[in-house]
Design a protein around this ligand. Sequence first.
Ligand SMILES: [Zn+2]
Length: 431
Amino acid sequence: MQCITSIGCRTFLYEFIQATYSNISNCSSSYKELLEKEILKFSLTTSRKWSKVNRNYKKFTKTNTEWLNTKFKMPSNKKSNFSIPDRPVIPFALCSKRTQRQKIKIAISNSNMNSPEILCAAKNKMVLSGQRTAAHLFEETQASPSRAKKIKTKYNYSNYPIPYTADEALAFIIDNKLTKQQYINIRLGSKKRNCNIYPAYENIIIAKTNCYPNNMDIGESSCKIPLQDLLDHTTNRIFQVPEVCKISLNSTKLEMLYKWGCDGSSGQSQYRQNFNDDSLITDETMFMFSIVPLELRSHSEVNDVENNYEVIWTNPSPSSTKFCRPIKYIFKKETIESTKEEVKDIETQLLKLVNTDVIFNESIVHVKHTLIFSMVDGKVCNSMTITSSQTCYICGCKPKRFNDIDSVKNMPNKTENYRFGLSTLHAWISK
Ligand SMILES: [Zn+2]
């Protein structure tokens, strides 16, 4: 037993293993080297144990029964155990998940550590690498069998507060008619309760400024925006709608539909203010022009058929004043002359309109503007068509003849006035 570490003895053991496992002779030289190392390790352990029991055979067998009963472990013949000279070793963190799993499997199978020991080692490693919080949480999950599940339930991602964007917060302020101070107070209150979801008021101001088009002309008796600037801005803003951003366009030829119109309002509160512009101006009456975007369409580039289009955005509530964008408002009385004059001004601008180029998903798209003059009431219709309020602006029918259906049928129609829709006079709703 003393000579177990000698070369002769080890060669004997090697030959014995070779005789038992016939396929060893076919193995690579590196594997044989590994086997020799394993034999040396075994012989050294045996020698140490032999000296420990004072070379007493009986004592040796008695104290080392367990060890003697274990099988001699043949070294693993996996390629990963050998160092391949020319191949660089990739750091563990950079390996793929699969390789990482394989490496861990090998490391665990080669070590004699059991699960609690491995967990403890992992925790110690975390502490040593400075991840104290992670180590603490890790330890906490091990405290009891149900602890990990409890922590997971508390730590639920879907319950996280979702902060408002500046635009959302601006909509919130407008919807609820909040003042600046009310908003600031709400924001501070929620911040105190560890829920910082409202953006700072400075960001709201920026979001608000982004809502204004360029070249606004604001005077003391009127406020005007050049139509081209208003349409450019409206189009650009619609392209920022989250739903529109997600769409992938097949065409660069787009069309934006709008309705526009005007109305006057009288009987406004009068204030004792003098106007420097013109002494005749009064704040009692107001005349207003606005525009409402209706639909954004993408036209097929190949086939130029009018009806061949795809709808990209539709106004969810076309009758809502929220989508109303003012073109101008003036302190002016709504008369036939003023209506014709102001409508003519808009129509001149309409003729000069050019397409808007928008940068969308890293490409430029051209948006054509189509405006429909349909937001009109009876008074505007009559002013525009120069008819009295009692006369139909399409057929020119007068109150006396409304019930004479046969003669009304034969009356000549002014097709250019079809754009204003049917006259309500034919519906017999007056009285
Ligand atoms: Zn008619």
